[in-house]
Design a protein around this ligand. Structure first.
Ligand code: ITT
Length: 215
């Protein structure tokens, strides 16, 4: 059993379709730090959720980055979806020559225990840690845990695509305006989206690691 801590049922639906493990949803609106890195936000969320529920948890921090808009809305995706709306985002991008974009996501896992080294990065709670550089493959040692930092394992996924006028009524969020290989994410079945999406890619890495880690 994996506990997915999120307020977004769309994320849970996709995880349930993908994972062999049963997935339980818990709502917990943890305070997100103002950070550009999805990994930093996801690690903070997983640590906060583990400390609250005292059981193994995953959280997902994700967003849409639009190249012509300097990566916007990025970490503000959920706010922009709610307060600006995807139709207006499409209209903004339609005036640009470059309509390329990407969905990025990080799944963060925490169960209070340290992790052995694998290619997937670990956030061990050090302030200012740069996960995109040298630490990416770092293991978390027992001493670091004894120091009080709760380690978090991170699984990243990215999918490139382009912004188009809204089509389709599946999925959630920006799915109707994000096109990959001729179809918007909202025109895909969940398993089709999972096979190529940022979340699907992150879930694939998580599932493989989880099955092998015997946790
Ligand atoms: P939690 O933080 O409670 O998990 P949230 O929806 O606020 O829920 P995020 O802070 O990670 O989650 O914001 C992600 C936003 O990015 C999400 O609300 C959508 O607007 C967008 N997004 C992420 N993944 C998406 C996907 O697969 N399809 C469409 N939009 C997506």
């Amino acid at each position: 059993m994996v506990t997915f801590v999120t307020t977004n049922p769309g994320k849970v639906h996709e995880a349930r379709e993908y994972l062999d493990e049963p997935v339980k949803q818990r709502n917990f609106d943890y305070l997100e730090p103002q950070a550009d890195e999805l990994a930093t936000v996801a690690a903070h969320g997983a640590r906060a959720a583990y400390q609250k529920f005292q059981e193994p948890v995953i959280v997902d921090d994700s967003g849409l980055t639009i190249n012509a808009l300097g990566g916007f809305p990025g970490p503000y995706s959920s706010y922009v979806e709610e307060h600006v709306g995807i139709e207006r985002v499409w209209r903004l991008v339609s005036e640009e020559e470059d309509q390329s974009a990407a969905f990025r996501g990080v799944i963060a896992y925490c169960d209070g225990n340290p992790f052995a080294a694998t290619p997937e990065p670990v956030d061990d709670g050090r302030r200012g840690q740069d996960l995109s550089a040298a630490d990416r493959a770092s293991a978390t040692t027992d001493e670091q845990v004894a120091d009080g930092a709760v380690p978090v394992k991170l699984f990243e996924g990215v999918v490139p695509g382009s912004i188009v006028p809204p089509r389709g009524d599946g999925g959630f969020g920006f799915d109707p305006i994000f096109e990959y290989d001729g179809k918007t994410f909202a025109e895909m079945e969940t398993d089709e989206k999972n096979a190529i999406s940022h979340r699907g890619r992150a879930l694939a890495k998580f599932a493989e690691w989880y099955a092998e880690s015997e946790r």
